[in-house]
Design a binder for this molecule. Structure first.
Ligand code: ADP
Ligand code: MG
Length: 662
């Protein structure tokens, strides 16, 4: 059956210098299945050029090469890929097996590219390897077998998709006489099984086995003679027709993985290099979190989680409200305000009945306590016997003062006072239960009041000398001196502490402010966030280095694997498939570096925390799932970006040039 027709085929190479070279001149020939054609001619006469044109590796020619009636030049990229997979089988002089794949994978490659399932693939590869006498070497790599065996693997590979045409470019050129006969017998059998075999050869002895000899000289077909006839095989094996599809992503990743495994040492080093950058980023984020968590916990550990402290205005001066430098009146006014806010004096800090109603109405608030707190320097003091101590903070009792902070005695009852431990110790050893005298300045007026010490307490983070009385008592003291006590702090109590956060947010929405500690914690947290992000960003710079490293390594890989890429293309790999294989490799490097980076961070976390817990009783590094995922994602994205360029380069390699490469 006529299958291939060449009509006035001309191939002109464009030379780098600008000239042209006519490698094939007006070739005409027709080929049928069952023929074993040898193409002979001197070196440089154009034999390989012709084979590359027929094999669809080079579509840049004039004239017509029709396979089953359709000119190859008119094939789309997809049709050409399918033509390589399904219709043509290549056998090369230098075998061109892929070194990191075992014989089965090498033989099955065209099926892998055609997305044939693994079972079918392996079964067929085994059959073919058995047929070429390599049953005992299925799992060897090409480097572990002899030249003759390699060529037999290559023959098996060419046959895997049961193509109609086998193109063999000097298949015995690299073999000794004995193995040549061996390989020739196999090739003859292929033709007998009903395929067209086109075989380039130098040797007349080889040509003598063929049914037809084409002689090429200087690009011209000088003779074309039939020299014999082959007996078709009596029993032709009929294979199930396979349907070629495009390679799946999974198979691309698998091929990439097999290659990476072959270069494990190099890839491990690259992954290790990249992982250090990832580790730095994740570590910085985790330390930032560890430190802020520590600060927050310390700040919050001595307050009741069910209570929300509310102030009418922030105790922190607002940096955004800085007046002009020469507006002295405004500067003074703001200073007064700041002072008033800090000391808790001044009407701006007093809650109105309307404020109280608003706060009470907040959802989940079960109880509202009024409170008063004032900061003074030298105007308030307490004395016992001949001992005297300044009181810096005078405040009212609230739920916010937890039982655990009271070191001795009890919370104040009527006409009692709770003192901070420092001040209490200053006055007497066992002051609890004793009566002390308070000197207070209320609205410029000095008053004296006797109160019994109910207990002492200690508050972390505050060494202020503090006296705590009940709100109702303070109200009475004020009233006795002709003043009305207005609350300047309010405590909102909720039964379920999970609601506290919501209440705090609502309070802010209404325009009120939280406790001094909260404000400070917030400021600190914001600062730490900024610092840890900046540090992480600096660490990320090292990732640029990693990206360049991956780029270089993949580029080297492309150069090393030029021939392999040529083979893949000859077997029907599309540009997209090649690109995918290389991008998959970058993906795998990125994934393993990311995971390695996370593991390294984790190890550091264990070590660092072990040390800080021993020293300060707190862990400083706090990794979260989010940071882990971020680290891995950054690594994968960077690697894949770095892989795009080499992958593109690989996909664009010209198969003819790639195969020609030594
Ligand atoms: P053969 O396989 O018969 O030894 P080739 O087909 O490889 O010969 O080459 C035929 C002629 O075309 C040679 O003269 C060779 O130098 C020339 N040639 C092959 N490839 C190129 C190319 N890419 N650019 C220019 N000339 C080429
Ligand atoms: Mg050649």
């Amino acid at each position: 059956m006529e299958i291939l027709k060449l009509k006035n085929v001309v191939k002109i190479y464009k030379l780098a210098g600008g000239g042209t070279f006519e490698a094939l001149k007006n070739i005409n020939a027709t080929f049928s299945t069952g023929e074993l054609v040898s193409i002979v001619g001197e070196s440089g006469s154009g034999k390989s050029t012709l084979m590359n044109l027929i094999g669809g590796l080079d579509s840049d020619f004039e004239g017509e090469i029709s396979y089953r009636g359709k000119n190859l030049r008119d094939y789309t990229a997809q049709e050409l890929a399918d033509y390589h997979k399904k219709s043509i089988g290549f056998i090369f002089q230098n075998f061109n097996l892929i070194p990191h794949l075992n014989l089965i994978d090498n033989v099955a490659l065209a099926m892998t590219l055609s997305n044939i399932d693994k079972e079918t693939r392996v079964k067929r590869a085994k059959e073919l390897l058995e047929k070429v006498g390599l049953k005992d070497h299925l799992y060897k790599k090409p480097g572990q077998i002899s030249g003759g065996q390699k060529q037999r693997v290559a023959i098996a590979r060419a046959l895997i998709n049961d193509p109609d045409v086998i193109i063999a470019d000097e298949p015995t050129g690299a073999l000794d006489a004995e193995t040549t006969d061996n390989v020739l017998a196999l090739i003859k059998e292929i033709a007998q099984s009903g395929k067209l075999v086109l075989m380039v050869t130098h040797s007349d002895r080889v040509a003598a086995h063929c049914t037809r000899v084409l002689r090429i000289d200087n690009g011209k077909l000088v003779s074309d003679e039939v020299t014999g006839k082959l007996e078709p095989l009596a029993t032709k094996v009929k294979y199930n027709a396979i349907k070629v599809k495009n390679m799946s992503l999974f198979n691309a990743i698998r091929l990439a993985f097999l290659n990476m495994k072959a270069k494990l040492g190099r890839n491990t080093l690259v992954a290790f290099g990249t992982s250090i950058g990832i580790m730095a980023v994740v570590l910085m984020l985790s330390i930032g979190r560890g430190v802020t968590t520590y600060i927050k916990d310390t700040m919050n550990s001595y307050t009741d989680p069910n209570v929300t402290e509310v102030h009418r205005q922030s105790m922190m001066p607002d940096p955004a409200k800085q007046p002009a430098m020469d507006d002295h009146a405004e500067i003074s006014r703001i200073q007064q305000n700041n002072m008033a806010a800090l000391t808790g004096s001044g009407t701006d800090n007093d809650f109105t009945t309307k404020d109280i109603t608003k706060l009470k109405a907040i959802k989940h608030v079960d109880r509202l306590e009024r409170g008063y707190s004032t900061l003074s320097l030298g105007t308030n003091s307490v004395s016992y016997g001949d001992k005297n101590a300044m009181i810096m903070t005078l405040q009212t009792m609230s739920s916010n003062i937890t039982k655990s902070s009271i070191v001795s005695g009890n919370a104040p009852k009527k006409d009692e006072v709770l003192l901070d431990k420092g001040t209490a110790d200053l006055l007497a050893k066992n002051i609890v239960g004793k009566e002390v005298t308070f000197k207070l300045t209320i609205d410029g007026k000095q008053i004296e009041q006797k109160l019994k010490v109910s207990g002492t307490y200690e508050q972390q983070g505050s060494n202020f000398s503090t006296a705590i009385v009940r709100y109702s008592d303070l109200k009475d003291i004020f009233a006795q001196n002709g003043q009305t006590l207005k609350p300047n702090v309010v405590y909102l109590y909720t039964k379920n502490k999970n609601n506290t956060e919501k209440i705090k947010n609502e309070v802010k929405k209404l325009g009120f402010s939280g406790s001094m500690q909260e404000t400070m914690t917030e400021m600190f947290t914001q600062m730490m966030d900024v610092i840890s992000y900046v540090l992480a960003a600096i660490a990320a710079v090292s990732l640029v280095v990693s990206a360049i490293m991956i780029l270089v390594v993949l580029n080297i890989s492309v150069v090393e694997r030029t021939k392999e890429i040529g083979v893949l293309k000859a077997l029907g790999a599309r540009r997209k498939d090649i690109r995918r294989i290389f991008v998959s490799e970058a993906f795998l490097i990125g994934l393993s570096s990311g995971m390695l980076g996370v593991v390294l961070t984790w190890v550091l976390q264990v070590l660092v925390n072990h040390f800080t817990i021993a020293q300060f009783e707190v862990p400083v590094v706090m990794m979260t799932t989010n940071y882990i995922l971020t680290g891995i994602m950054i690594s994968v994205v960077i690697s894949m970006l770095a892989g795009l360029l080499p992958a593109d380069r690989a996909s664009k390699l010209d198969p003819v040039e790639a195969l020609r490469k030594e």
